[in-house]
Design a protein around this ligand. Structure first.
Ligand code: PDD
Length: 287
């Protein structure tokens, strides 16, 4: 099946789908995006993604390209045209295209791009073996809570991880606490068996998978805390894992040179992964 993308009102073959050279997303990273997981043909936590999209748009004083109903219809059509039953749909909104001026254009219309692709969301090999992460300084701007397309530090960090033979890089703030991964949220499990992830302040993106997992933890009566944790605490943790829409939960078995637990995915992570998979199979919290 050939891939189809949506670009500003048209469904186009992937190879000819393009935006204008003066699109502000291209010139200034003046845009926001969402990545929504699809499992068994259903969107997972679509409502939470839309809420976060509106939050990001409002933070950048950017108008939505259209109403939510119309937007959701386009997302569904792109998923259908690409035959995606399990995978991700990507949507990007920019402030539009206009002559290159730093201040906002007065007349530009927001531009909307949507793509979708099939992908395994819970890779059994990653789940069985776990992955390595490295730690790197968090060099991003002060508002990573906005899901903007300005992802250069994230791309540099992921490349550094790849070159080190790791799956992800956990970014460390000036205070020595881990903020989050380059494209995922970071979690540890304490000796007391509590799941810990950083509180959703302006230093991290409030992951929809993170929010879904917090819901799963609360519903199962499991103990969890939203608080900062330092690199040393993470390295000494009983278990560690990461979350994102494109991979659900992945166990972390090494942080830099430190082996986590016995070097294998731990029981709390496995239990939470199973619980999240069934939560996702039902479409998430809003179904
Ligand atoms: N990334 N933190 C960062 C910096 C991210 O880029 C992401 C998601 C997350 C996890 O958020 P969620 O659970 O909503 O996917 C945390 C997406 C998947 C991406 O850019 O491809």
């Amino acid at each position: 099946m050939s891939r189809i993308a949506y670009v500003n009102g048209r469904y186009l073959p992937h190879r000819s789908a393009a935006v204008h050279v003066e699109d502000r997303g291209f010139q200034f990273a003046d845009g926001v995006y969402e990545v929504i997981a699809i499992a068994n043909g259903r969107f997972i936590d679509e409502e939470l993604h839309l809420r976060r999209l509106h939050r990001s748009l409002a933070a950048l004083r950017m108008a939505p390209p259209m109403g939510d109903r119309a937007l959701c219809a386009i997302l569904r059509e792109v998923v259908r045209l690409n035959g995606v039953a399990e995978g991700i749909v990507y949507l990007q909104v920019t402030r539009g295209s206009a002559p290159r001026e730093f201040a906002f254009p007065t007349r530009a219309r927001p531009s909307l791009v949507v793509t979708a692709r099939s992908k395994t969301l819970h890779d059994p090999r990653l789940l069985a073996q776990g992955v390595r992460v490295i730690t790197i300084p968090d060099i991003r701007w002060a508002r990573p809570d906005i899901k903007s397309v300005a992802l250069l530090p994230n791309a540099l960090g992921k490349q550094q991880a790849k070159e080190a033979g790791a799956f992800e890089a956990w970014q460390v703030g000036r205070d020595g606490n881990i903020t989050e991964g380059t494209s995922s949220n970071a979690w540890i499990v304490t000796a007391a068996g509590e799941a810990v992830t950083r509180q959703a302040d302006t230093a991290i993106l409030n992951g929809v998978t993170r929010q879904g997992l917090l819901h799963v933890l609360a519903a199962a009566g499991l103990r969890f805390l939203e608080r900062p944790f330092a690199v040393a605490e993470a390295k000494a943790a009983r278990e560690a894992f990461l979350t994102s829409a494109s991979n659900f939960l992945i166990p972390v078995v090494r942080i830099d040179e430190a082996v986590i637990g016995d070097g294998k995915p731990g029981p709390v992570t496995e239990r939470l992964s199973d619980a999240y998979i069934s939560y996702a199979a039902g479409g998430g919290a809003d179904r």
